[in-house]
Ligand binder design. Structure first.
Ligand code: CA
Length: 318
């Protein structure tokens, strides 16, 4: 190739890469990619929080969505409480967000026990919720909670109450560190997440819940869209100190029907509404990009999964 021609080709390539219409460039720079019509409200799981100092529960996710045009709101409920108490706490915060923003609806996304919180709010405010998205949510409960319940029955009430008080204290500390003084009740929280507790909640809040053991739920109920995704990984990044405890936790699933799991929630239990994907190579904490972004190298980055979902909501006009 002649030198002059080489220069023209090089200049053309550079121009294409720098051009805002070039797809690659657009993907990384599009400030409206996640610009949903309605605000996105994030609801954390058990033992969770909104933000402690610089540490986000949703590590890097709100900033990423925000830089692509989404209005994102973090919420904070009791770390350990029943689905109903946490749902009531979230309801008050969603009403505030609706009032402050003047938005007519919100998109709710809940991780883990946040699944039940957002479904509670959707049932209470059907006209004000555009979508409900569960991430690693125990729709059908978790054998981890079943096992703890069995163990507490075996050791008796006194020891269970004693351990419960210690964990409640831990939950209160998390709340205080995150700037909120909230009541804690680990035993109530666990009772909500047993297979029986989840089934009881599902009977009262059936929207989006699959009626078969491992199918999808209704995609739209009362004009609210329901979505879910989850993982089936345990040890996904050797640098992450929580991966081994998560692997140990996954032993709770041995002998259960829904035994592929993320350490806390089974593959089928994570289904709600339209199943986007139920078997990412992610453990329960990877799903929210923890700990500090240590996730599987050869899996879609959790931040990108949230980003794509915001774009999905945007395209659906939500
Ligand atoms: Ca991780």
């Amino acid at each position: 190739m002649k030198k002059g021609l080489q220069h023209v080709v090089m200049a053309g390539l550079l121009l294409a890469l720098a051009s805002p219409s070039f797809a690659w460039f657009k993907f990384f720079s599009d400030s409206s990619y996640a610009k949903t019509r309605y605000p996105i409200v994030l609801a954390h799981g058990m033992a969770g929080f909104d933000k402690i100092g610089l540490l986000d529960y949703w590590y890097g996710i709100p900033d990423d969505l925000g830089s692509r045009g989404a209005k994102v709101y973090l919420t904070q409920v009791s770390s350990f409480q029943s689905s109903e108490v946490r749902g009531e706490q979230l309801l008050a915060q969603v009403q505030d967000i609706l009032a402050i923003t003047g938005a007519s609806k919100v998109n709710l996304i809940g991780h883990s026990h946040g699944n039940q919180s957002i479904r509670y709010v959707a049932a209470a405010l059907p006209g004000r919720v555009a979508s409900v998205t569960s991430v690693g949510g125990p729709t059908k409960g978790s054998p981890v909670a079943d096992l703890i319940e069995d163990a507490s029955l075996a050791v008796g009430d006194d020891i269970t109450q004693g351990i419960g008080s210690i964990v409640d204290g831990f939950g209160a500390l998390i709340g205080l560190a995150a700037g909120e003084e909230l009541p804690q009740d680990i035993l109530g929280g666990l009772a909500s997440l047993t297979t029986a507790g989840a089934a009881d909640f599902n009977a009262r809040f059936p929207a989006g819940v699959p009626t078969s053991a491992c199918g999808e739920g209704a995609h739209v109920v009362d004009n609210i869209r329901f979505y879910s995704w989850g993982g089936t990984g345990q040890v996904t990044n050797l640098l992450d100190p929580v991966d081994l405890p998560i692997l140990a936790n996954s032993a709770s699933f041995i002998g259960t029907e829904d035994n592929q799991n993320d350490g806390f929630v089974g593959r089928c239990s994570n289904h709600l509404g339209k199943v986007i994907r139920d078997n990412y190579n992610m453990n329960h904490l990877d799903e929210v990009n923890q700990v500090i972004g240590l996730t599987a190298l050869f899996e879609t980055n959790p931040v990108v999964v949230f980003r794509s979902h915001a774009n999905r909501l945007k395209k659906a006009g939500l």
